[in-house]
Ligand binder design. Structure first.
Ligand code: V1S
Ligand code: CA
Ligand code: ZN
Length: 393
């Protein structure tokens, strides 16, 4: 049996509510909450649970959810009846509002419990950062970055990240939000457009007519009027299909090092959406678990208190690999654990896959064509550097 001992003088906490995984968005829906079970079982297979403080957080309350969302919206979420499945397209429910009940944000059984558990875990993580009990707090059930103040969007109903950042802001002067999900972190960006206490940075595939949610152009940096303290505090890194580890790590480190030097965050909120991995059902990038994890490792090395959230990720076994590997990074053990997944674990038996770090050929067969030119990446770095000149030191 594997058992990793706690790092000395460095606390990592794991905030996980196993009741989340019982929820189903529907047969054909890409969001599979049981990927959280897979992640947890892989984390335990390596004995990483012994190296962390493990919390079973309670669900967020109505008052906690409405620190960001409107009472109207949360009231409706709490009381709306689940929609019969399969979706009855000929008889849409006339009472539906707040972008609920379509194919992206269906009304499934237990929806409110699912949302409040996700929010509760992320908020618990933020509280452990605020009272300095944790240096890194992990909430893989969160990261639902598209949810708006009064609207569901893109599989996200409650924006647990915004709620957690609002908690961080009680204690920390400046919070840096970083988003490596393949989609634009529009909900978090929008929530903090008018403050200079949160800077948001999202890396994403950008193809406005085609790829969800269609926002996040390089030039979109928030309302630029003189009176808005939040002007220039939204950074967008729009990318094309097929980006590789090498390019992504270079961009990430080049941009985040400049951002940190200028903005001097006191806490980091890192959304680790795993749909930016190669072979994802919705994503289009060529990242390996190593490249995705390198971004997490870079953030950890900054030595700033950090929350790690989940997010997207639609090829469940690869989501579990990435988040287990990134849990290992948090506890400083990723170089020590074997890529060979421990034998006689349910995870290994279930997938008959034996490596934590598969090659791109193992994931994809053939990698996607890389449409990111060196010139394009240079232009992005150039724009971000110029933008950061507007940020006061
Ligand atoms: N891409 C994509 C995609 N796929 C689906 C989908 C597919 C099957 C279903 F049964 C239900 C939905 N929806 C989308 C996207 C939303 C992506 C959300 C990503 C969330 C995150 O990873 O960033 C964070 C958790 N929706 C759309 O593209 C919208 C439509 C425009 C097209 C698809 N149809 C189904 C809805 C409208
Ligand atoms: Ca993103
Ligand atoms: Zn996504």
């Amino acid at each position: 049996e594997y058992r990793i001992t706690k790092p000395q003088g460095y606390n990592v906490s794991f905030h996980y509510n196993p009741a989340m995984e019982k929820h189903h968005f529907g047969q054909t829906h890409p969001m599979k909450p049981w990927r959280l079970t897979l992640t947890k079982s892989l984390v335990n297979a390596y004995g990483m649970n012994y190296a962390m403080d493990n919390y079973h957080p309670r669900a967020a309350t109505f008052d906690e959810l409405t620190t960001f969302h409107t009472k109207d919206y949360i009231d409706f979420l709490a009381t709306v009846a689940p929609q019969p499945t399969p979706l009855d397209v000929d008889n849409p429910n006339p009472d539906l509002k707040f972008n609920l009940g379509g194919s992206d944000c269906p009304l499934f059984e237990g929806l409110y419990n699912y949302c409040s558990m996700s929010g509760g875990a992320s908020l618990d993580a933020a509280r452990k950062i605020c009272n300095k009990q944790s240096d890194i707090a992990i909430a893989w059930g969160g990261g639902l970055h598209h949810a708006k103040k009064t609207e569901a969007s893109g599989f996200c109903y409650v924006n647990d990240i915004v709620i957690a950042i609002l908690q961080l802001l009680r204690v920390h002067a400046r919070v840096l939000y970083i988003d490596i999900d393949v989609h634009h972190g529009d909900g978090v960006e929008e929530a903090f457009l008018s403050t200079d206490r949160v800077m948001t940075v999202s890396f994403h595939k950008y193809d406005p007519q085609v790829f969800f949610p269609g926002t996040g152009a390089l030039e979109d940096n928030g309302p630029k009027n003189e009176l808005n303290p939040g002007a220039h505090h939204a950074i967008n890194v729009p990318l094309n299909d097929g980006i590789t580890d090498e390019q992504y790590e270079w961009l990430f480190q080049t941009i985040i090092s400049q951002v940190v030097a200028k903005f001097r965050p006191e806490a980091i909120a890192l959304q680790c959406g795993a749909d930016s991995l190669a072979g994802d059902r919705l994503g289009k990038f060529n990242l390996l678990v190593e490249g995705h994890g390198a971004c997490v490792e870079y953030c950890k090395k900054l030595g700033i208190p950090m929350i790690m959230f989940g997010g997207g990720g639609y090829t469940p076994r690869n989501v579990a690999r990435a988040w287990a590997y990134e849990t290992a990074i948090a506890i400083g053990q990723h170089k020590n654990i074997p890529s060979e997944i421990p034998e006689h674990t349910s995870w290994r038996d279930r997938f008959r896959q034996t490596t934590l770090l598969p090659s791109i050929e193992e994931i994809l067969g053939e990698p996607r064509t890389n449409k990111n030119t060196p010139k394009k990446l240079q232009d992005i770095v150039q724009h971000v550097s110029e933008q950061l000149r507007f940020v006061e030191q």
